[in-house]
Design a protein around this ligand. Structure first.
Ligand SMILES: [Zn+2]
Length: 84
């Protein structure tokens, strides 16, 4: 699933909440790219999945993931879709 323009803009606004040092832990770069897709993390049994938005350091590729639900991008998502 890709981020719509509105979702990407909303996430960019969300990143403005980044009040701590936003330098990359690896290379010190401060330019981050929001990826166009919403990714899914799952537990090993694939019984729980979590939508995440990824930002990538423009210099070295180090990445951060943010919950798409908490970021307000995927508010209709239910975390637990299967029984354990
Ligand atoms: Zn970096």
């Amino acid at each position: 699933m890709s981020l719509s323009k509105e979702q990407k803009a909303a996430f960019d606004i969300n990143l403005e909440k980044w009040t701590k040092n936003n330098e990359c832990l690896i290379c010190g770069n401060v330019k981050w790219a929001v990826q166009d897709d919403i990714f899914m993390l799952s537990n090993l049994k694939a019984t729980r999945i979590y939508p995440v938005v990824c930002i990538v350091c423009g210099e070295c590729g180090y990445s951060h993931m943010f919950s798409a639900v908490i970021a307000g991008i995927k508010s209709d998502f239910k975390h637990n879709t299967n029984d354990d």
